[in-house]
Design a protein around this ligand. Structure first.
Ligand code: KG4
Ligand code: ZN
Length: 341
């Protein structure tokens, strides 16, 4: 069966066609980064309006690429939450409208479920149970994934998400939005250690995170100073090292406490090269396996939503019900409450 996936939870419009037997046939992404850049962050109303403009042309494009038509689509998966209410409503209404017209099921997918299942698209795929480190612009969580639809929260951020901390620190260093990739690039021009920043909650004994204090420590470094290029790069490198130290240490603790040997890293910060290198090294030493989605599927995309929809269809009879056109979106939604029954 051909599943159309639609992702519109924040500032990226992603669409994809995933075939339950043939795999991913086509996907396309439009990022709104340039649209929001001058405001230094996402403007929700602009995001919604842009999604409206993009979803259908992008969908026509991937249907052409996959040499398919709308009548070949057997189900439509869309991001139902969490995310920006208006942005979610665009994807949900288009998905439900199309599904109603085509008389096919429409499946509301949890955005983070899309992220954490995305490494299963690749071969070799992780075995259940695995630990998922979900690090995006809105979330930082460690979860134990017992199976599809069986998610247990182990720890999460008490304040800013890791990606949010990257974005805010990048802004303090005069970099553009989204700041994560730009800060990582600046960090490559320096070595960490010349500036000292804290590793928040490294020894807290639990699996929670906190990143807002780290951002405040950066504020103290930049306040009242004119920083030259080297000084900015030093701060960027040390900030990145601090975040990576904490993420790596807590991931290792989660693996150990749960006696699990597979770790999946998902979400936009999972594209961070330093995090990948450090986790790869820890895996070599620690005898566990670490899985990253391909970099293009780390950040928001339609493929992960189409794929999660395909998995849901294969497991749940309720998921096969044809859309009646009614729907709601859930801007706030705990992943641990998702089930596939
Ligand atoms: O998963 P995602 O695309 O969107 C959300 O669901 O939030 O994650 C976006 C976040 C942003 O905060 C962005 O700065 C961060 O991921 N990010 C990175 C990198 N690429 C994206 N952070 C650090 N290093 C990167 N290479
Ligand atoms: Zn995301």
């Amino acid at each position: 069966m051909l599943v159309l996936g639609i992702e519109t939870s924040c500032d990226e419009t992603g669409v994809a066609l995933y075939h339950t037997e043939r795999g991913l046939l086509a996907h396309a992404l439009h990022t709104q980064a340039a649209l929001h850049a001058e405001y230094g962050g996402v403007v929700p109303e602009l995001a919604s309006r842009d999604h409206i403009r993009r979803v259908l042309p992008l969908t026509r494009g991937i249907l052409r690429e996959a040499k398919s038509t709308l009548s070949d689509v057997g189900a439509i998966a869309y991001t139902q939450g969490p995310g920006l209410a208006g942005a979610l409503l665009v994807g949900a209404s288009i998905a439900q409208g199309l599904a109603y017209a085509l008389r096919v099921p429409a499946l509301g997918i949890h955005h983070l479920e899309g992220h954490l299942l995305s490494p299963l698209m690749a071969k070799p795929a992780p075995d259940f149970p695995f630990i998922a480190l979900l690090v995006s612009g809105g979330h930082s969580q460690l979860m134990r994934i017992n199976g599809i639809g069986d998610y247990e929260l182990l720890g999460e951020t008490l304040d800013d998400a890791a990606g949010e901390a990257f974005d805010k620190t990048a802004k303090l260093l005069g970099l553009g939005y989204p700041g994560g990739p730009e800060l990582a690039a600046l960090a490559r021009q320096s070595t960490p250690g010349r500036v000292k920043l804290p590793r928040p909650m490294l020894h807290s004994g639990d699996l929670d995170f906190s990143f807002s204090g780290l951002k405040t420590a950066v504020v103290m470094q930049v306040k009242g100073r004119t920083l030259d290029a080297t000084a900015r790069a030093d701060i960027a490198a040390e900030f990145q090292a601090a975040v990576v130290d904490v993420l790596v240490a807590k991931s290792l603790t989660a693996l150990e406490r749960c006696a699990v040997s597979h770790l999946v890293v998902a979400g936009g910060v999972g594209a961070n090269a330093e995090l990948r290198t450090r986790l790869d090294k820890a895996a070599d030493r620690g005898g566990f396996k670490v899985y990253f989605p391909p970099a293009e599927f780390c950040t928001d995309n339609g493929a992960m939503i189409a794929f999660a929809g395909a998995l849901r269809l294969s497991r749940s009879t309720a998921a096969k019900t044809t859309s009646d056109g009614s729907f709601s979106v859930w801007p706030r939604w705990e992943l641990a409450t998702v089930s596939h029954r």
